[in-house]
Design a binder for this molecule. Structure first.
Ligand SMILES: [Zn+2]
Length: 357
């Protein structure tokens, strides 16, 4: 799960990862669901699965107590009493490639799907000065810790040879040179990018592999965009269609009896932005990327007013726009653990609490 949707990319106020349980348990089987309900817990017990994987975290706000008086408390107790584990991947699965939003885009048959909005400032750059014989082990250690990934390339670094100077002081244990004497040393400057959340692991790995007793290195903020992650997606329909046909297409694709929507500007729809769940704040990005329509959920009344006459804004349900990720999770885990006996299931329950009538 975390190779695909690392917890470090989640929204800073999110709560993801193992929520209840023991990370050393062997997984007997796993059930994936959008959220945990009493039915999902029963299903896990019945199918002898000791792991429940959800998109929505059960524990989100700090708990005051853990009792059966609240629904979430009761669920947590049931999970623990049945020796089950609960793992949640929330905004990290929203922001990753092939996560919630790619699943929704695929369901709507969008082509050439790309991220709708990507934040800068999620990357850092590390620069370190290494004696030539140690460039390979130091670079390898940083690569292993997650530095040097740019899109579909790994182990990306830049290296330039130069001269470092230092005068070892009393107490130093210099790799080369003598205490009290100015040393000119042949060194290689190695630069690599890294996701900000991996910076401390990369620095630790680099220092472990470096031969100096005092390592000279810099960690810089980097405004470059990490192509691996982003919010929402945008793509094109295979053929543009009249707006009313597009509304029918959305209803049909996400299996919802009705959508709340407001009419935008264009008479046909070709470019479509989507964000599963509450994605209203991405409307400016959808406009900037020239989407004809924006499909999301939890849209407020006044947001519809803002969109009217500008962009076809469609609320296709929180559950309905996110549920496809459950099958994606199951599919990925089955593939990743092809040789294992572990069974992976998507829940057979519809956990959506909302009905339409
Ligand atoms: Zn959601």
């Amino acid at each position: 799960m975390e190779e695909w949707a690392p917890p470090g990319i989640a929204w800073e106020r999110d709560n993801v990862g193992l929520q209840i349980g023991d990370a050393t348990d062997d997984v007997t089987g796993a059930i994936a669901a959008l959220e945990v309900t009493p039915e999902v817990v029963q299903e896990a017990v019945k199918k002898e699965c000791n792991l429940i994987i959800t998109h929505h975290p059960l524990i989100f706000k700090p708990l005051q107590n853990l009792t059966s008086k609240t629904l979430s408390g009761k669920l947590a107790l049931d999970i623990a009493r049945n020796k089950l584990n609960l793992y949640s991947a929330h905004t990290n699965i929203d922001f990753t490639r092939d996560g919630v939003n790619f699943a929704l885009g695929n369901k709507l048959d969008l082509q050439n799907i790309e991220f709708l909005h990507q934040e800068s400032g999620t990357m850092k750059k590390i620069t370190v000065f290494v004696p030539p014989d140690y460039v390979e082990p130091v670079t390898n250690a940083m690569t292993k810790a997650g530095a040097g990934i740019i899109g579909d390339y790994e182990a990306c670094s830049f290296q330039i040879r130069g001269t470092g100077t230092f005068r070892p002081l009393k107490g130093a244990q210099p790799f080369s040179g003598e205490v009290g004497k100015l040393q000119h040393e042949d060194e290689v400057r190695v630069e690599m990018v890294m996701p900000a959340w991996k910076a401390s692991a990369v620095v630790t790995a680099m220092i472990d592999a470096h031969p100096y007793d005092e390592v000279a290195y810099d960690v810089y903020p980097n405004e470059a965009i990490d192509p691996a992650y982003g919010a929402g997606v945008i793509g094109s329909l295979p053929d543009s269609m009249p707006v009313d046909d597009f509304i029918a297409h959305v209803k049909n694709s996400v299996n919802i009896p009705a959508v709340r929507w407001t009419r935008g500007h264009s008479s046909t729809v070709a470019r479509v932005a989507v964000c599963g769940g509450s994605g209203s704040e991405l409307m400016p990005a959808a406009l900037q990327k020239k989407a004809d329509a924006f499909v999301t959920a939890d849209i407020k009344y006044h947001t519809f007013h803002e969109a009217r006459g500008i962009i076809h804004l469609i609320d296709a349900g929180h559950f309905e726009t996110e549920v496809f990720v459950v099958d994606v999770i199951v599919h990925r885990l089955k593939k990743r653990f092809e040789d294992a006996q572990t069974k992976f299931y998507a829940t057979s329950y519809i956990t959506n609490p909302i009905t339409y009538s």
